[in-house]
Design a protein around this ligand. Structure first.
Ligand SMILES: Cc1cc2nc3c(=O)[nH]c(=O)nc-3n(C[C@H](O)[C@H](O)[C@H](O)COP(=O)(O)OP(=O)(O)OC[C@H]3O[C@@H](n4cnc5c(N)ncnc54)[C@H](O)[C@@H]3O)c2cc1C
Ligand SMILES: *[C@@H]1O[C@H](CO)[C@@H](O)[C@H](O)[C@H]1NC(C)=O
Length: 464
């Protein structure tokens, strides 16, 4: 549906008449380990370089968000490498938002009452392990953990890594260098120096911190098939279910508010005021321990153009388009990058340089669009979800969706449950807004006309 390029899946290898490349993938996170698999399936020689130790041997994952909401775009990319079912088997479906108001009342807003699609809560570590394990089957994937990219020269295809813990420097070269090294990408830093490279980054005022609602007597303490949200104007808290029946809670608020909470007493007062219903679920002691254990993390949004350098280098995932996490699309968008890239690699007539150029051209508008949408939802989730006008619009959207499922797909649904290009999701929404506005204007004009008619026509006097 998205791009005019036919997607060939699964046995891309057999279809590929392309000479194998030596591909260096920098970063073995979720996007990097998926990209490694995708290239290996097409017969390329893949070297995967990751700064950290092998996550499968690591006990504690130092990283962002313990679990993530996986939706259509991520699922599709996983299906292309034959892993969708394995991942979904242990994922927890979330059918809607469960809103917690300040008094502790709960309201459910189902994501898709028409076709019952849902988000899936998956563990970051688990997903990374599934992707790395699947790579073990390919002798043409070479993994290098504890290798930090230090320096890269695109023209020569040369890279320099620092090994941990020895600090020894090792060199390698490749035909193609793919930066999947996250929001603070070293590969991107090198691209920023190239003339004509547009780049912007924006830190938001909010930081986030993770807390936990543990399982109680081996059970979930809240209904598990929802994404729980506590919208509070300037602050917001969300919770996603985990396989072990706990919830990972993400508290998001301005750094200046975090700074006002210095003691256990401050913290409990704050929670009793804003999140009273969550206190017994988290437990006072655990709340204090987890809150003061870590510092709030920054959130950054990054846009750039282009995503490639000649035929030599490319950036994917957060390296290309880090976004604030409020649409739950960062990973999904990064995985969709792989879908697009590999569909281009399936075109036998394109050179590597042409593939990379087309990738940039076909991707940048959509990547910029989802960064913008995520920023918009930053306001919507903490603020608008409480407003009557928002709920009314949501209700109207749902009704129209129900009556005209092929014609009226609400914004959230087109982003999360279809592969419609992100920029088109926005265009679609603008068109819907315009239509509704016109309908509303006509309806109010009709109302005024009717009232006037009744009043001046003298059939009856108006009683208010
Ligand atoms: C709080 C929060 C919640 C989120 N929730 C969701 C969600 O619900 N749904 C969703 O779709 N997305 C979500 N995201 C976004 C998602 O986490 C990212 O989009 C995703 O992790 C991007 O994957 P990546 O592989 O591009 O980058 P990363 O996951 O950052 O991985 C980059 C990897 O590169 C390695 N690396 C970095 N530098 C180097 C170097 N110099 N040399 C070698 N290796 C290097 C790192 O160690 C890391 O393993 C969330 C993000 C946050 C912060
Ligand atoms: C780079 O950014 C400038 C300023 O926003 C814009 O006018 C220009 O079109 C951008 N270039 C490309 C190639 O996108």
């Amino acid at each position: 549906m998205s791009h005019a390029i036919p997607l060939t899946t699964n046995n891309g290898n057999a279809l590929n008449s392309r000479a194998p490349l030596k591909v260096a993938i920098i970063g073995g996170g979720l996007v990097g380990s998926l990209a490694a698999l995708s290239f290996a399936r097409r017969g390329h020689e893949v070297h995967l370089y990751e700064y950290r130790e092998d996550i499968r041997r690591a006990e504690l994952v130092q990283g962002r968000s313990i679990n993530l909401a996986l939706s259509q775009r991520g699922r599709k990319a996983l299906a292309e490498v034959g892993l969708e079912q394995e991942v979904l088997a242990t994922a927890i479906p979330m059918r809607g938002r469960m809103l917690h108001d300040i008094k502790g009342n709960r309201t459910v807003v189902i994501y898709d009452p028409c076709t019952n699609q849902c988000l899936y809560s998956v563990g970051r570590k688990y997903l990374n392990e599934v992707l790395l394990n699947a790579g073990e089957k390919f002798p043409n994937i070479h993994r290098h953990f504890e290798h930090k990219l230090n320096y890269v020269n695109f023209n020569e295809g040369r890279m320099e890594f620092k090994r941990a813990p020895s600090k020894e420097i090792v060199e390698d070269n490749a035909d193609l260098i793919v930066g999947c090294d996250g929001a603070f990408s070293t590969v991107r830093q090198q691209m920023v120096r190239a003339p004509g490279f547009n780049y912007s980054q924006e830190y938001i005022e909010h930081g986030y911190l993770e807390l936990c609602i543990p399982a109680k007597d081996g059970e979930f303490q809240m209904p598990e098939n929802y994404l729980h949200i506590w919208p509070r104007d300037e602050f917001m808290m969300i919770a996603l279910p985990n396989q072990d029946k706990s919830f990972t809670v993400t508290l998001s608020m301005p750094f200046k508010v975090f700074k006002t909470i210095r003691s256990s007493e401050d913290l409990l007062n704050f929670f009793h005021k804003y999140y009273a219903d969550a206190v017994p679920l988290i437990g006072k002691e655990r709340l204090i321990k987890d809150f003061f254990k870590s510092r709030p993390q920054h959130l950054v949004s990054v846009k750039c153009y282009p995503y490639h350098y000649g035929s030599k280098a490319l950036i994917l995932g957060d390296a290309a388009h880090a976004m604030v996490p409020y649409y739950g699309q960062g990973l999904n968008a990064g995985m969709e990058d792989c879908t697009l890239l590999l569909s281009l690699f399936n075109q036998p007539n394109l050179s590597t340089a042409e593939i990379l150029e087309q990738f940039t051209e076909l991707r940048w508008r959509d990547a910029h669009a989802i960064c913008d949408l995520a920023m918009y939802n930053y306001v919507e989730m903490r603020d608008l979800t409480k407003r009557l006008s928002f709920r009314w619009r949501k209700w109207l959207d749902t009704q129209l969706f129900r009556w005209f499922p092929n014609f009226w797909v609400p914004l959230y649904n087109s982003v999360s449950f279809t592969s419609m290009p992100y920029s088109q999701c926005i265009a679609n929404r603008k068109w819907q807004d315009k239509l509704l506005q016109n309908v509303l204007i006509s309806a109010s004009l009709a109302f005024v006309a009717m009232t006037a008619f009744k009043y001046y026509g003298g059939f009856q006097t108006i009683t208010l």
